[in-house]
Structures are given as C-alpha cells and as structure tokens.
Design a protein around this ligand. Structure first.
Ligand SMILES: Nc1ncnc2c1ncn2[C@@H]1O[C@H](COP(=O)(O)OP(=O)(O)OP(=O)(O)O)[C@@H](O)[C@H]1O
Ligand SMILES: [Mg+2]
Length: 203
C-alpha cells in the first residue's frame, strides 16, 4: 500500500469510529439540524428530482429531509447497486408504500419498475454520504468507489445539465485538506449539522 493509500485507510477508520460513537440523541439532533439547514437553501427548494440515501454506519440521517421533500411533492430516489460492481448505481423512486430489498451491504433499496428508476444525470440534486471531507469539496467515501463510478462523467466533461452534488456529514467528519485521487468526484458543497460549505460557484 502506498503512503497515500495508507493515510486514506487510517482516516476512514478514525472518522467512521467517531461517527459511530455518537449517541442516538446526538444523531437525532444532528439529523434535525441538517434538515433545517438544507430546507432554507435555494438548491433544495428548486430541486424536483432528489437523490438521497439510507443512513448506515453512523452516517448523518437524511430521513427528515426525505419526509420534508415528499410532503413538498418532490420525487425522491434512493441508490440501487447494479449486479455488476463496475456498473453505475441507479436511483429508484421511494414513496411511503415502497417495498424494499437489502443489497449486498444490508442497505434497503426500493423495488421499483424501470419507469421509476433514474440515472444520476436525471437528478436535480444528489445528497450523498461521505466519511471525510474538506471545504474545497474533496470527498473520502467508504472505499468502494460506488459514487465515484456513478458520477465519473461529471468529472470528465462539463454537462449542460447535471445534478448538484452535495455531501451530507456530521461536522466532526471535516478535515483541513484531503488529497484526492484522479477518479474522486468533487462535490459542489457539503452540509453538516452546523454549516453549509459551498465549494463551487454555482452550489
Ligand atoms: N470512474 C472509475 N472507474 C473505474 N474505477 C473507479 C472509478 N472511480 C473509482 N474507481 C475505483 O474504486 C476504488 C475505490 O475508490 P475510492 O477509494 O475513491 O472509494 P470511495 O470514494 O471512498 O468510495 P465511494 O465512491 O463508494 O464512496 C478505487 O480502487 C478505484 O480504482
Ligand atoms: Mg473516492
């Protein structure tokens, strides 16, 4: 393992441990504060097709955001892994009567028709989890490369239509500076329970 890879692995362990050590009350409060922060932002208000995730491993929970968005008649989607690891994730519509199945990581995914499934480019706003971030929009994930592969076309070319990509995190997941790999997708911003960190001019 190269020194950089070693650093990334160490940082993952450290930050995952920190977020898992939060109490239920702390998680609950953080999730609520996150939803409050986000609800005031034009990038949320204007989004009609919204991608979110089911919290896992101490990740900040976007559950309140999901309910809020569904009450506002926004269409909400959750990631679905493909059978083949190298294929991008797709986004399956979630709704109160949805039926779920667990993916290979034990994370629930809505079972939906093809008609109710979008690719990343069709979303207006994608809210994604992360393990560590810096305020420039650099992101460290869990190490599977799932989001990087799914969003890789955003890095390669400027699309006239692309989703805003915003990381959700606990404030304690912030670091001074992350060294990105060539394939890491840069975020348009990060929202924590405490702050909004815009990282691109149009975030
Ligand atoms: N666009 C890509 N095409 C092919 N392989 C990729 C791509 N992006 C990432 N990978 C592979 O995925 C692996 C994991 O990447 P990385 O360590 O950045 O994961 P991560 O960002 O922590 O995970 P995730 O994206 O799931 O949150 C790397 O070994 C990398 O080679
Ligand atoms: Mg990455």
């Amino acid at each position: 393992m190269s020194p950089v890879d070693h650093q990334r692995a160490e940082l993952r362990l450290q930050k995952r441990q920190l977020r898992r050590a939060l109490t239920e009350e702390e998680q609950e409060r953080a999730a609520w504060q996150l939803a409050r922060q986000l609800s005031t932002l034009p990038l949320f208000r204007g989004a009609r097709h919204l991608g979110l995730y089911v919290a896992n491993d101490g990740e900040i929970d976007p559950g309140y955001i999901l309910s809020m968005a569904q009450n506002q008649r926004k269409s909400c989607y959750l990631p679905r892994l493909s059978k083949l690891k190298w294929r991008p994730m797709v986004f399956a519509k979630d709704h109160p009567e949805a039926v779920y199945e667990l993916n290979r990581f034990g994370i629930p995914e809505p079972k939906t028709s093809h008609r109710n499934t979008l690719i990343a480019l069709e979303l207006d706003l994608l809210l994604l989890p992360l393990v560590a971030f810096d305020t420039k929009g650099n992101r460290l994930g869990m190490g599977g490369g799932y989001y990087d592969r799914t969003l890789s076309h955003l890095n390669r070319q400027k699309q006239w239509r692309r989703p805003r990509v915003i990381g959700l995190a606990h404030e304690l997941q912030k670091v001074d500076q992350l060294k990105n790999k060539s394939w890491d997708v840069t975020l348009d911003g990060i929202i924590t329970d405490q702050h909004f960190y815009p990282a691109s001019i149009d975030a």
